[in-house]
Ligand binder design. Structure first.
Ligand code: HEM
Length: 410
């Protein structure tokens, strides 16, 4: 007689705060017992999706062209007909490079990737350093801070807004708008977020008009000119491009700096090593990228045909999430994967994804993360949590993993 062991994760909600606090035992279970696993995801997906958990399978899936990013290329007409309701305002934003396949993906990515090369990004070092130090001065005056709101967020938000050319006085509005978009968990919250989104879009359209009339040395001007040139970029694509750069440009790095600092505080011996030897900042940032994995799962992909992975067949049209956070803790690739080791080498983490959609902003994220964490830990040798780790509140939702707030004393 075979004894069936019940799957302890049958009814897991991978978008809940409690799951986000420690998803790693779940992923360890999947890698060992169910490397391609179906979970139910509540709104906005409202459907079962596959989670891929082993490093080699995650890497292969990210590079596999049998997985489409554009749902039109993956889903069957019947599945497309059953999609949850999307308010009209959101439709204009559907054509981002992250939601399209070649050739549209290649065309859109080609318009911006040159603005984010390591050489160009390196020129921002001084600016990032100045912003970071100004924020640290303020923290020093107060003696305490919410590290997310007062430090980890304003650095990437200010920088991406400056790259795009959004006036300084308006940057704070963007996080509010972006946070509302990302917090959509139900049809009601989608409806509630619609007015903010409409204001956001009206604001951007006005800015495009201003840049058309008076070009500046910024990315929005370059994109507006590409749109005017004719066949390179439609009006909706322009809007979607600016929104994705804004969101991807700060909602991710905030978690590298925020969760990364929290993990250093929970591993005082690693923090002390970094404080004693600042040259370790480079491998330390790579290790924090691996250990915290700010984008927990890559964004959704759709099987263009039936695809078998580790003995499980994913049927055409089904939705797949490659769990980067799980791949980054795979014991077959990393020795002692649950140990934070800021000198880890080699460290072939997948935190920026892989393949055609590999993160455009990786050089910027690395630079922001290293300056922010270096300055913070060197300035405040007595930096400590102002609450217990158990009391920290995690943000709900798919894909991103990060804290709502991180109270610290300096
Ligand atoms: C620590 C910070 C960051 C992390 C961990 C991160 C991670 C990622 C990952 C995993 C992907 C691929 C998603 C997928 O394949 O489903 C991605 C794509 C992308 N990232 Fe980042 N990112 C970060 C910062 C940034 C920044 C600062 C920018 C600003 C420009 C940015 C812009 C993008 C864009 C535009 C894409 C889509 C690329 C494409 O579809 O070709 N990211 N990022």
């Amino acid at each position: 007689m075979t004894v069936m062991t019940a799957n302890p994760y049958e009814n897991i909600d991978i978008t809940s705060r409690s799951f986000k606090a420690d998803p790693f035992p779940f992923y360890a279970y999947l890698r060992a017992e169910a490397p391609v696993f179906k979970v139910n995801v509540p709104y906005p997906l409202k459907r079962p999706v596959w989670v891929i958990s082993r490093y080699d399978d995650v890497l292969a899936a990210l590079k596999d062209e049998r997985f489409a990013k554009d749902k039109q290329n993956g889903m069957t007409p019947e599945q497309l007909g059953k999609q949850p309701y999307t308010p009209a305002a959101f439709k204009a934003l559907e054509r981002t490079m992250l939601d399209l396949d070649a050739p549209d993906h290649t065309r859109l990515r080609g318009l911006v990737h040159k603005a984010f090369t390591p050489r160009l990004i390196e020129q921002m070092r001084e600016r990032i350093d100045r912003i970071s130090n100004e924020l640290l001065d303020e923290m020093e005056r107060k003696g305490e801070a919410n590290l997310i709101r007062d430090y980890a967020l304003p650095i990437p938000l200010t920088i991406i807004a400056e790259i795009l050319g959004i006036p300084k006085e308006d940057t704070h509005k963007f996080h509010g708008w972006a946070a509302k978009l990302l917090a959509i968990q139900s049809p009601i919250s989608a409806l509630l977020a619609t007015p903010s989104l409409l204001i956001f879009m009206r604001y951007l359209r006005k800015l495009f008009k201003e840049r058309r009339a008076e070009p500046q040395d910024d990315l929005i001007t370059a994109l507006v000119q590409a749109e005017e040139a004719g066949d390179k970029l439609s009006e909706n694509e322009l809007l979607a491009m600016v929104v994705i750069l804004l969101i991807a440009g700060h909602e991710t790095t905030v978690n590298l700096i925020g969760t990364g600092t929290m993990e250093l505080l929970r591993h005082p011996e690693q923090l002390a090593r970094l404080q004693e030897n600042p040259a370790l900042i480079k491998p330390a940032v790579e290790e924090l990228l691996r250990y915290v994995t700010p984008i927990e799962t890559a964004t959704e992909r759709y099987a263009r045909e039936d695809i078998t992975i580790a003995g499980t067949t994913i049927t055409k049209g089904e939705m797949v999430f490659a769990a980067l956070a799980s791949a980054n803790r795979d014991e077959n690739v990393f020795s002692n994967p649950d140990i934070l080791d800021i000198t880890r080498d080699p460290n072939r983490h997948l935190s920026f994804g892989q393949g055609a959609h590999y993160c455009v902003g990786a050089p910027l994220a690395r630079l922001e993360g290293s300056i922010a964490i270096h300055n913070l830990v060197q300035r405040f040798p007595n930096l400590r949590l102002a609450t217990s780790a158990e009391q920290l509140v995690w943000r709900k939702g798919m894909t991103l993993r990060g804290l709502e707030a991180l109270p610290v004393k300096v």
